[in-house]
Write a protein that binds this ligand. Structure first.
Ligand SMILES: [Zn+2]
Length: 111
C-alpha cells in the first residue's frame, strides 16, 4: 500500500507485526480490515496529544478531534503542517480521503 511515498520510518510487514499489538497492526498497516466503530480511540474526546502508534510521531491535538461518522477517529487539523498525508481512496465503492501518518505511512483515519 502507498508505495508512492517515501516515509521517514520504513519497516517491513514483519517488523511492524512484531512492534505493534495485533489490533494496532491491523489498523495501521492494513487499513479497513478492522470493523469500523471498534477502534480504541473512537468516540473518545479526552484532552491531549495523539501520537502515531506506529512511530510515535505527534500528529494531532485532541482539540481538533471530531466525530466523523465514518467509524474512525477523525481530526480536522493536524498538529503541524506536513505531519499527515491525505490520500484519496475510491475503493469499496465510495470516495473518501484516507489519512496516513506522514512519517511511517500508518493508517490514522478518514474523512
Ligand atoms: Zn507513524
Amino acid at each position: 500500500m502507498n508505495k508512492d511515498f517515501n516515509f521517514k520510518v520504513n519497516k517491513t510487514d514483519e517488523e511492524w507485526k512484531e512492534q505493534l499489538s495485533p489490533d494496532q497492526y491491523i489498523v495501521l498497516r492494513h487499513a479497513g480490515t478492522e470493523r469500523p466503530f471498534t477502534g480504541e480511540y473512537n468516540m473518545h474526546f479526552e484532552n491531549g496529544i495523539y501520537t502515531c502508534a506506529g512511530c510515535g510521531e505527534e500528529l494531532f491535538d485532541s482539540s481538533s478531534k471530531f466525530n466523523s461518522h465514518c467509524g474512525w477517529p477523525s481530526f480536522d487539523q493536524e498538529i503541524e503542517n506536513g505531519k499527515i498525508l491525505e490520500v484519496r481512496d475510491e475503493s469499496h465503492g465510495m470516495i473518501r480521503t484516507e489519512i496516513l501518518c506522514g512519517s511511517c505511512g500508518g493508517h490514522l483515519g478518514c474523512f
